[in-house]
Every structure is written in structure tokens, then in C-alpha cells.
Design a protein around this ligand. Structure first.
Ligand code: UDH
Ligand code: NGS
Length: 361
């Protein structure tokens, strides 16, 4: 019937129009999403580029950095690059947690290390072993103090591992190796007192790290800075099966603010030979009502370079008697009674070496 054909035709016509409309809508939506995905990719590349620019300022010696260093920045826009070093007044404080940290580190001592290579790998470290971040103001000024005599091989490893870590931790720091002159019996705690006094003559450090030369942290989240309580940094050492040997243990690596250090009158000067001086320091802290702060066992892991007992550092037979009387002696024997003679001061590429005559028992 002609009327029925007309109705069918009109229905077909409307269906076709609807299909065409739907196709148009589909194409429009596809185009909109495609354009938006282009925008996103562009933003992602820009973000990658700024990340790479930040990363290229890092010291490369830690293997974890290889990937980042090798990525070439992509040139996206002809905008001028920001100036390399901002004026100090423009800089913001560094964040509480450095974004440059990488976490667990591989630490081994079976490869040769040369100071030339360490120097080349750490171009931002200045004469005397000084560094400060170029893109933010460090939260703490930290002096690293190492008691030392005839451990050159260990010192190379220490510098090789620690300089990149300390830079990633965004610290304003200086490294002071306090070298005991002569062949008299060794006195670790007195050398640490000397380090404190000598570092303060150079810069207004507020935080002091006291580190044996043979201890290397295995995680850069174990920040070498000061805390509201004195900090024990060598928490889980490989030689103790990655555990604390005893709760009061304060040997190896520790940190103290100037205020904490002065509260206990610094360290004892009369522990000649091995042992007990770290327990005396613990006694001083606890007698002044302070407690020990530590990272977790995982973050506080560290390795010690294996070695034999040094000559002129035999166990001190008087140590047990001394640590039994810390409370009576500490305010007389310490930073307020320190006396020594500087024999030589050398500003080397990666550290400051201060050779001192600390006398004898
Ligand atoms: N130190 C030196 N030269 C010395 C003695 C000590 O540089 O002649 C420094 C060095 O920073 C060392 C720190 O003082 O890391 C502590 O001394 P230590 O390493 O002798 O103490 P530790 O408790 O070792 O680590 C004790 C001897 C262990 C003998 C193990 C034999 N298997
Ligand atoms: C204690 C010592 C500490 C020493 C610690 C770990 O017995 O000075 O062992 O020594 N205290 C006394 O001797 C009173 S270690 O295993 O590293 O050689 O730091």
C-alpha cells in the first residue's frame, strides 16, 4: 500500500539520520580524547625533563644512579634554561626528607678505589671536603669527624661511599680527618673532641657526626644529621649479625648537636687504647637525662671493613674502672679540659686532614 510505503520510508530516513548523527558524535569524542592524550604526553615529557635536569647534578658513583644519569634530557621548548646556581637569597629550605635518596645500597670492599676517581665522581665537593646543595638551603650544617691513624685504605672507601650519600642527603657538610701524630697509644675520644673544636674554628656547624673510618652505611635513608636526642647511626652492623650488641651501645657512628655535646662536656680525654670510651659517652648522656635515638634495624644497616687490631691500640685495662665513675669525672674531664697541639692542617680535595699531638697517658 502506498501510505504504508511512505511511513516505512520516513522511518528508514529517520533511522539513517540517527546513525549519521551517532557516527558524527563518535568521531567528535574520539578526536577530543586524542587531542587530550597528546597534551598529557607532552606534560609527561616535560616532567621527565625537569626530573632529569635535577638528577644530573648528582654524584654518579653509586650504581643506582646509572640509569638516571644516562637518560638524555629531551629538548621540548626553546625556553631559556634557569641559571645553574641561584642566588642564596632566592633559595628555599631543603625538604625534611631529601627527594634524592635511593634507599638500600650495595656496599663492598673488594674493588680498588682511587682518590682521583672519587674526586672526579664528586665534582661538587669543594676543597677540604666541603659541600652544600646548590638548589636549596640545607637544614643542618654538619661536621663529620673521623678519628684516624694509618688507615689510608679504609679512608678511601669511606670517601668513595660517603660523599655521594651525604650529597644526596642535602647536607651542608665538611669532612675532618683527625690524625693522631706519632706512635703513642691511640686515643679515639680525645681525637673526637679535637675534631669538634677544630671544625668550629672553620664554620658555624650545629651538628657533629663522629664516625669510625671503617664503617659504611648501607642505606642512605639513615641520614647523617642531628635529632632531638643524640643519635646512634651504626645501628645494625654486619659484624654483629646486623643487630645491636647491647642496648646501651653507642660506638661506631653517632651524632650530636652542639647543645647535646656541651651538655655532657664533650667526650673523655683519658681513655688510652681500645674500649670503654663509647660506654663513657653513653653514661654521660644518660646521666644528663638524654636518651639514644636510632633508625630502624633495616635503615640502620652498615658494613665494617674487616681489619686486624692496630698497633698501639690494645685493650685499655683501666676502662672498666673509668666507666664505673663517669658521673664523678665527666664535668672535670671533657671539652673544658681539652689540650692538644695542631701539628699540620691540610686542605685536600675530599677532606681536611688535621694532624694533632694529643700527648700520652
Ligand atoms: N683508628 C685508627 N687507627 C688506629 C686505631 C683506630 O684510625 O690505629 C680509628 C679508626 O677510625 C677506627 C676507630 O679508630 O675505625 C676505632 O678503632 P678500632 O677500629 O680499632 O675499633 P674496633 O672496635 O676494632 O672497630 C677493634 C679491633 C678489632 C680486632 C678484630 C680482630 N679480628
Ligand atoms: C664493649 C666495649 C666497647 C666496644 C664494644 C664493641 O665491650 O667499647 O664492646 O666492641 N666496652 C668495654 O670494653 C668496656 S667491638 O666488638 O666493636 O670490638 O665498642
Amino acid at each position: 500500500m502506498p501510505g504504508e510505503t511512505a511511513v516505512n520510508f520516513s522511518l528508514l530516513h529517520r533511522t539513517c539520520k540517527l546513525v549519521v548523527l551517532l557516527c558524527f558524535l563518535h568521531i567528535s569524542v574520539t578526536v577530543v580524547f586524542y587531542v587530550r592524550s597528546l597534551d598529557l604526553r607532552f606534560a609527561f615529557v616535560q616532567n621527565q625533563q625537569s626530573h632529569n635536569n635535577r638528577s644530573t647534578g648528582l654524584p654518579p658513583s653509586t650504581p643506582e644512579h646509572k640509569d638516571v644519569k644516562d637518560v638524555k634530557p629531551v629538548e621540548i621548548s626553546p625556553e631559556p634554561k634557569p641559571p645553574e646556581v641561584k642566588a642564596a637569597a632566592d633559595l628555599q629550605q631543603c625538604p625534611e626528607t631529601s627527594p634524592l635518596l635511593v634507599g638500600p645500597l650495595r656496599v663492598e670492599f673488594n674493588m680498588p678505589v682511587s682518590l682521583e676517581k672519587v674526586k672526579k665522581d664528586n665534582p661538587q665537593v669543594e676543597m677540604g671536603g666541603r659541600f652544600r646543595p646548590s638548589d636549596c638551603v640545607a637544614l643542618q650544617k654538619v661536621a663529620l669527624i673521623i678519628p684516624f691513624r694509618k688507615r689510608d685504605e679504609h679512608l678511601k672507601y669511606w670517601l668513595y661511599y660517603l660523599h655521594p650519600i651525604l650529597q644526596r642527603q642535602q647536607l651542608d657538610y665538611g669532612v675532618y680527618v683527625i690524625n693522631q701524630d706519632g706512635d703513642e697509644i691511640f686515643n679515639r675520644a680525645k681525637l673526637l673532641n679535637v675534631g669538634y673544636a677544630e671544625a668550629l674554628k672553620e664554620y658555624d656547624y650545629g651538628c657533629f657526626i663522629f664516625s669510625d673510618v671503617d664503617l659504611i652505611p648501607m642505606d642512605d635513608r639513615n641520614t647523617y644529621r642531628c635529632f632531638s636526642q643524640p643519635r646512634h647511626l651504626s645501628v645494625s652492623m654486619d659484624k654483629f649479625g646486623f643487630r645491636l650488641p647491647y642496648n646501651q651501645y653507642f660506638g661506631g657512628v653517632s651524632s650530636m648537636s652542639q647543645e647535646q655535646f656541651l651538655k655532657i662536656n664533650g667526650f673523655p680525654n683519658n681513655y688510652w687504647g681500645w674500649g670503654g670510651e663509647d660506654d663513657d659517652i653513653y653514661n654521660r648522656l644518660s646521666s644528663k637525662g638524654m636518651s639514644i635515638s636510632r633508625a630502624t634495624g633495616e635503615v640502620g644497616k652498615c658494613r665494617m671493613i674487616r681489619h686486624n687490631r692496630d698497633k698501639q691500640n690494645e685493650p685499655n685495662p683501666q676502662r672498666f674502672d673509668r666507666i664505673a665513675h663517669t658521673r664523678q669525672t665527666m664535668m672535670k674531664d671533657g671539652i673544658n679540659s681539652l689540650s692538644y697541639k695542631v701539628v699540620r692542617k691540610e686542605k685536600l680535595d675530599l677532606y681536611t686532614m688535621i694532624t694533632v699531638d694529643v700527648g700520652k697517658p
